[in-house]
Design a protein around this ligand. Structure first.
Ligand code: NAP
Length: 315
């Protein structure tokens, strides 16, 4: 168990698995600690496992289902010799090399580590969310807006993400309700003005979604007025939750530098963290683009950075 690996990859979304493909093909025999199926935040495959059709990943002109895409990524990495461990990392020690990664009672050692633990969209915590995600319920307007052409939808949130998504979604939807729990948006002035001026956007102030409805597919929501507590139903074909994201960085607190918002710091235009030999890629260090394709691209960067670093330090 205490063999020293060339590289251990923590996380198995598009970033981690792209890093696995590249490092495997560079003969680095990567071990991918892929997460645990029981957990929504750390499940193998990452956020695309919660998505149905993916139509914007290049190379699939007819689109592909999120889980199938991730299964393809995984098979491709396996084909070149990547090894997988279906488990959650419990702690890391990056204070000396080789680095140590603990999974329960077992320690793994590696000369380089690629961190690709991703991020998760914050959810409302309502009972139907898990069942309806990908079936009318979405957390990504860029990914799923196209499916709501000429339909009525709602966006939850009052920050820049929600207002930006609501505005973007008016390209497709016939009507967008922006559901916000207060009487004032948190978003920047310019974003707010854009939304106020858009005739397709109606802001539902002081409103909270308290129930998401739909059998196979989302059909509407129950809203509660936060001042009067009165409830009413709103029938919509889609609901976008845009109340923020949370990077999966708890493990790295005290070991890697984090930004104020919890995302990992990497050097500009690279995957380098402040710890030489530890690299980060994908949504765990990207609070801006958050796309599968940009995550995959940054996974490739991390693999090349790790390979070159190893060449310079362990040849
Ligand atoms: P955010 O600024 O934290 O806003 C989250 C919004 O969701 C807030 O309006 C909050 O309401 C609401 N919210 C939180 N929990 C909720 C719940 N349980 N139920 C209902 N509503 C809830 O998050 P964000 O909009 O994702 O933005 C994150 C950061 O990225 C910000 O710094 C933002 O400026 C930046 N960003 C920038 C751009 C851009 O410049 N183009 C685009 C997107 C994001 P309250 O207001 O009542 O707290």
């Amino acid at each position: 168990m205490n063999d020293i690996r060339d590289v251990i990859i923590i996380g198995s979304g598009p970033a981690g698995l792209t890093a696995a493909i590249y490092t495997a093909r560079a003969n680095m025999a990567p071990l991918v600690i892929e997460g645990e199926p029981s957990s929504t935040s750390d499940q193998p495959g990452g956020q695309l496992m919660l998505t149905t059709d993916v139509e914007n990943f290049p190379g699939f002109p007819e689109g592909i289902m999120g889980p199938e895409l991730m299964s393809n990524f995984r098979s491709q990495a396996s084909r070149f010799g990547a090894e997988f461990l279906t488990a959650k990392v419990t702690s890391v020690d990056f204070s000396e090399r080789p680095f140590t990664i603990e999974v329960g009672e077992t320690s793994y050692k590696a000369n380089t580590v690629i961190v690709s633990t991703g991020a998760q969209s914050l959810m409302l915590g309502l009972p139907n969310e898990d069942r309806l995600i990908g079936h009318g319920l979405s957390t990504c307007a860029t990914c799923d807006g196209f499916f709501f052409r000429d339909q009525e939808i709602a966006v939850v949130g009052g920050g820049d993400s929600a207002v930006e998504e609501a505005t973007f979604l008016t390209r497709f939807a016939s009507k967008v309700y922006l559901v916000h729990r207060r009487d004032e948006l948190r978003a920047s002035k310019i974003m707010c003005e854009r939304a106020f001026d858009n005739p397709k956007i109606e802001i539902l102030w002081n409103s909270q979604v308290v129930e998401i409805q739909g059998d196979g597919k989302l059909s509407g929501v129950i809203l509660k007025d936060t001042l009067t507590e009165a409830t009413r139903s709103l029938s919509v074909d889609g609901l976008f939750i845009a109340i923020g994201h949370r990077p999966n960085t708890d493990l790295f607190e005290g070991h890697l530098e984090l930004k104020e918002n919890g995302y990992l710091v990497t050097e500009p235009n690279s995957s380098l963290t402040k710890v030489p030999g530890v690299f980060a890629c994908g949504d765990v260090q990207d609070d801006y683009y958050r796309q599968a394709i940009t995550a995959a691209g940054s996974g490739c960067m991390a693999a090349i950075d790790a390979e070159r670093w190893l060449e310079d330090h362990h040849s």
